[in-house]
Design a protein. Structure first.
Lengths: 342, 409, 292
């Protein structure tokens, strides 16, 4: 029991340089243009899929801030997603708050919850933190079902949410915008705001402090970084952003129920980060695409074995790209660089 | 209005009239909505093929096999059925996405047999707004069958609540001074049936001396059973799915507790619950049923069961006859085929709903003798009869007449 | 008081399940310095193999031995085929690999053996043990097997060359290589042993919870919790942790009024986290000193 042992302090996450965490301006503009134009030409249900894709991208981005920037590991993001979703749903259905206003509240509630959860989690790292967050994800659906809250949460039956219409001002301008289209652009706007916020956060003093902790906690604290503060702050910010995603998810799906926020969701978000590339924020889009579309591909290949096909696809991805979509982007960048030289 | 304009309007309107008259006479028999044509009827479905509830995926596979058989026999009124079934992994978000894909991209005529209370609640509003039938949902929650608020949604199996009510009646007659301990799954199934039980007991709800719920993630439920026994109850109601039902039956016997044991229908399969739990342990257990158990020897010579087993051998060799979900899918598919037969050449969504609401004494092969499907414009609960049964020897002994469980009454 | 004793006894019986699984968790942690999220599914698959062998008419102990060999080889094959190529990839990529493995095994088992529950025989019978109806002979036998495994593991890690080499390879791979240990094969060996122990756990658990593709889902959560509370580096701690979690959970469910029953698992997990906050390496784990 008293064996003292050296442990190589290899960080959980390979260090990602600060500059490499975002995309260049040109690439960002191209992606943005695609995100704006595509929905004008596709069916409503594809717009809905794209909305869900963006929502998961926000949630993946949130986990990316926690894992990629501060080096902490969470398998419990579904809990914060659920908390955000329920906050929005309850405010809309029981209190009658406008859907757009519920999002900041959802974000705030989750920020506080995340910050508080981050306090005990401070003492835990690696595998222990994974277990603690995992426990949170397992516990959340049971808390939501609890009889005491049933009046507000609807218990096991959940809560049906009304989908918002496009603002009337658009109609008076002669623009006919469907509910799906409106929600998509609304989500896109929120996504862009959160993305800009996150990029700037990571560039700021706080972001640098978080990354210093990620790369070497002891060295960081020796240099005067308040390790506890920044670690809990990372938890809070990550949870807050996840909460906003959850709120948007509730509005898009028009329904919240405990069964929608199980450990499966937490695992999906985690896989999204790995596939997108840990620590590379734009990868969140790729990771979210994995969450939304790969199960559909898997079931298309085989219904009886869709789980196995999903697993095989996942293995192929991590074999080819152990560092996720980030690796692909670097490859592309390298190629473009070579072409330019010629 | 000048003369020319008048003439033109008159010409146009008479042309329109003629066209209308023509089209009604030519298509008097044939009317189609999206998803139906002279050669095809497109049916959509969502079911969890993956994820925590993947055990129910068999229902979708059985339905697919059943429609294949119908197509091999020439289809329905010459039209082949195209069955588009998607995986929702038991997630409401995925259910919405897949249902919208069915309606907007695959353009199905209607959605049939979506499974689970959360998924169905999530898509109910959308389908009703689009006026697309959500037919024969695979859940017993009472809210799927309210013809006034959701006229495009219809249930199929008996409501969980009615099961609770019927047993409450039985308990009050047989053991008026009994003490009831309720053990239930903490989800919509458990909560609904518990409500039914309490409603059924009415003023005698105080007969319930203990309530304990379990989560499906619990490895064993021993602790609950120990607690229930300590409550001094002499009636034990187990509202549980197969694995936990078997564990409960086994544990109750092991600890030497001998209450009047009532097992909910969903965990009453002979092959998937009673045999694993131990035939000796299961003696005397009570339950309610509306369907026959395929491996129960008493149906060996039953016409319907013979048809069912032949079908399994020919079209669904992958299915285990002991799995009650397999028979469930068969029964559902048979009901929907009946609706389509009745609809004839008027394959509009409104008529599908109308025909689904005018099933008269229809008896799928897998239902118990005496249990029949009846629906009307004000009754969207197809199966409403249940029969009490007692486990004796190796099989369930059905006793008493079919009990009508109309929730309104 | 009778209820209390009964719940403690029932908790010990259930705790045996957790302890058994926790041993397998500790085993893999010793080998790869990480938790394997697919471990429960691997154990479930092994148990199905045993069941299938028995269906084909092979007697219990024959099937038991064959399953052990199958699992040992299977574990090594999985490591060689899936995780050795990923040796240089980040840890999080490995976790994704575990999840993929989980999905594949679960889905294949579901398709092969379907989802109806199956009875799994016990070599110890299921009559009451020493007159107590709460602990059956099977559960007593299970506790016995767990303790034997524990002793064997203790001896293996403390006194055998291979065991020591394996520990070295997991904790200090660089130095281990320098003293001539083939660390790569040590990891493979660890996988094989963990899979074999997991299969024993599966075969002991199945008679209680019934065999079906999802049988290990809940068990693995508790197995992790038990291993973590006892200290991931200590087999003894894991076993004690298993019994503690089992008893504790029952008492929470019985004696905390109102929400105790509904929140049995969350309260148990919250307490485990509290233990970790006070003792970050578990009750019996080695203290780890960090250096720059």
């Amino acid at each position: 029991m008293s064996t003292v042992q050296d442990v190589s302090t290899a960080p959980v996450v390979a260090a990602v340089p600060k500059k490499a965490m975002a995309l260049g301006p040109l690439a960002s503009l191209i992606i943005l243009a695609l995100l704006i134009v595509t929905p004008l030409f596709v069916k409503n249900f594809i717009i809905f899929q794209m909305t869900m894709w963006l929502i998961y991208a926000i949630a993946v981005l949130a986990l990316n801030i926690l894992t990629g920037a501060s080096g902490q590991f969470s398998l419990g993001q579904s809990a914060f997603y659920a908390l955000g979703a329920y906050t929005s749903a309850i405010l809309m259905e029981h209190v009658g708050v406008n859907y757009a206003l519920t999002l900041p509240v959802a974000g705030l509630v989750c920020f506080i919850a995340g910050f508080l959860f981050g306090l005990p989690a401070l003492r835990l790292s690696g595998i222990y933190l994974a277990l603690a967050t995992f426990a949170l994800a397992v516990a959340m659906p049971q808390l939501l079902k609890l009889g005491v809250f049933e009046h507000w949460t609807g218990g096991v039956q959940g809560l049906v949410v009304t989908k918002p219409d496009a603002p009337e001002i658009l109609a008076s301008l002669g623009l006919k915008v469907s509910q799906d289209m409106w929600l998509y652009f609304f989500t896109l706007a929120v996504t862009i705001l959160i993305y800009i916020f996150s990029v700037n956060l990571l560039k700021s003093r706080s972001g640098r402090a978080m990354m210093a902790i990620r790369d070497n906690e002891i060295a960081a604290s020796a240099m005067g970084v308040d390790v506890s503060l920044y670690k809990t702050l990372a938890f809070g910010v990550s949870a807050g952003i996840t909460g906003v995603a959850g709120g948007l998810g509730a509005i898009a799906v028009q329904f919240v129920a405990p069964d929608g926020y199980t450990i499966q969701l937490a695992i999906a978000l985690f896989l999204g980060v790995v596939v997108g590339g840990v620590g590379w924020l734009p990868g969140s889009l790729a990771g979210a695409a994995f969450i939304v579309f790969v199960p559909n591909i898997a079931e298309h290949i085989s219904k009886g074995l869709s789980g196995a096909v999903f697993g095989v696809i996942l293995i192929i991805i991590i074999f080819l790209l152990p560092n996720g979509a980030r690796q692909l982007a670097y490859l592309a960048q390298g190629l473009i660089g070579k072409l330019r030289k010629h | 209005m000048n003369c020319r304009n008048f003439l033109r309007t008159a010409a146009l309107s008479s042309a329109a009239f003629a066209f209308l008259a023509f089209s009604t006479s030519a298509n008097a028999q044939k009317k189609y909505d999206t998803g139906a044509s002279d050669t095809e009827i497109k049916i959509g479905n969502i079911i969890p093929y993956s994820g925590p509830a993947s055990a129910y995926g068999i229902i979708g596979k059985m339905e697919e096999a059943y429609f294949k058989m119908i197509n091999d026999q020439g289809g329905i009124n010459g039209r082949k059925i195209t069955f588009v079934s998607y995986d929702d992994a038991y997630s409401p978000a995925k259910a919405v996405e897949q249902t919208r894909k069915l309606v907007e991209s695959d353009e199905v005529l209607f959605v049939f047999g979506p499974l689970g209370t959360p998924s169905n609640t999530a898509i109910l509003k959308y389908l009703n707004a689009k006026k697309v039938p959500q037919l024969f949902v695979a859940t017993g929650a009472t809210k799927f069958g309210e013809y006034k608020t959701s006229p495009w949604t219809m249930g199929w199996q008996p409501a969980y609540q009615s099961e609770g009510r019927i047993f409450a009646q039985y308990a009050m007659t047989e053991k008026p001074n009994g003490k009831i301990a309720v053990f239930y799954q903490n989800d919509d199934l458990g909560k609904d049936m518990l409500k039914g039980l309490k409603d059924g007991l009415g003023e005698k709800a105080s007969m319930i001396v203990a309530e304990d719920s379990y989560e499906v993630s619990e490895p064993t439920i021993d602790s609950h059973i120990v607690k229930m026994k300590a409550s001094g109850a002499d009636i034990f109601v187990s509202i549980s799915t197969p694995k936990f039902a078997a564990q409960a039956i086994k544990k109750v016997a092991e600890i030497g507790w001998k209450p009047m044991f009532f097992q909910s229908n969903v965990g009453s399969s002979v092959g998937a619950v009673m045999r694993p739990a131990g035939i000796d342990n299961a003696q005397g257990v009570l339950s309610l049923a509306y369907a026959k158990d395929a491996i129960d020897p008493q149906w060996k010579d039953d016409e319907g069961m013979k048809k069912y087993l032949d079908f399994l051998a020919k079209y669904a060799p992958f299915a285990n006859p002991a799995e009650s979900s397999a028979a469930y899918g068969y029964g559902q598919a048979q009901t929907v085929v009946q609706v389509l037969k009745q609809a004839g050449d008027d394959l509009t969504r409104a008529n599908i709903m109308k025909q689904a609401a005018s099933l008269k004494d229809f008896a799928p092969d897998t239902l118990l003798p005496g249990v029949k499907i009846n629906t009307s414009a004000t009754d969207f609960y197809p199966i409403e009869q249940l029969r009490m049964m007692r486990f004796t020897g190796e099989k369930w002994d059905v006793f008493g007449p079919p009990i009508d469980s109309k929730l309104g009454g | 008081m009778e209820l209390f004793t009964n719940q403690v006894l029932a908790g010990i019986a259930t705790g045996a399940i957790y302890a058994c699984m926790a041993l397998a968790v500790v085993m893999i942690y010793q080998a790869i310095d990480h938790l394997n999220f697919a471990q429960g599914e691997m154990a479930m698959f092994s148990t199905f193999i045993a069941w299938q062998l028995m269906q084909w008419g092979i007697p219990y102990w024959g099937a038991f031995a064959l399953t052990l060999i199958f699992s040992f080889v299977g574990g090594i094959v999985i490591e060689r085929a899936l995780f050795k190529p990923l040796a240089k990839a980040p840890v999080l990529t490995h976790v994704a690999g575990f999840i993929a493995l989980f999905a594949i095994i679960n889905s294949v088992a579901g398709l092969t053996w379907d989802f109806t529950i199956k009875q799994f025989p016990s070599p110890f019978g299921s009559s009451p043990f020493l007159g107590s109806q709460l602990i059956s002979t099977h559960q007593a036998g299970m506790i016995g097997v767990t303790l034997i495994l524990l002793v064997l593991l203790f001896i293996f890690f403390r006194y055998t060359r291979v065991g020591l080499a394996m520990r070295a390879a997991a904790t200090l791979p660089e130095s281990a290589r320098l003293v001539g240990i083939n660390t790569s094969w040590m990891i493979a060996l660890g996988w094989g042993m963990a899979a074999a122990i997991g299969s024993i756990a599966g075969m002991l658990i199945a008679p209680v919870v019934f065999l079906e593709p999802n049988m290990m889902g809940g068990v693995l959560i508790y197995g992790f919790a038990a291993a973590v509370v006892g200290g991931l580096t200590s087999p003894l701690g894991a076993v004690i942790g298993g019994f503690l979690v089992g008893v504790f959970e029952n008492l929470v469910g019985t004696y905390i009024p109102g929400v105790g029953n509904e929140l049995k698992l969350p309260i148990a997990l919250a307490l485990i986290i509290t233990v970790l906050v006070v003792k970050p390496n578990g009750l019996f784990g080695r203290t780890i000193v960090k250096r720059v």
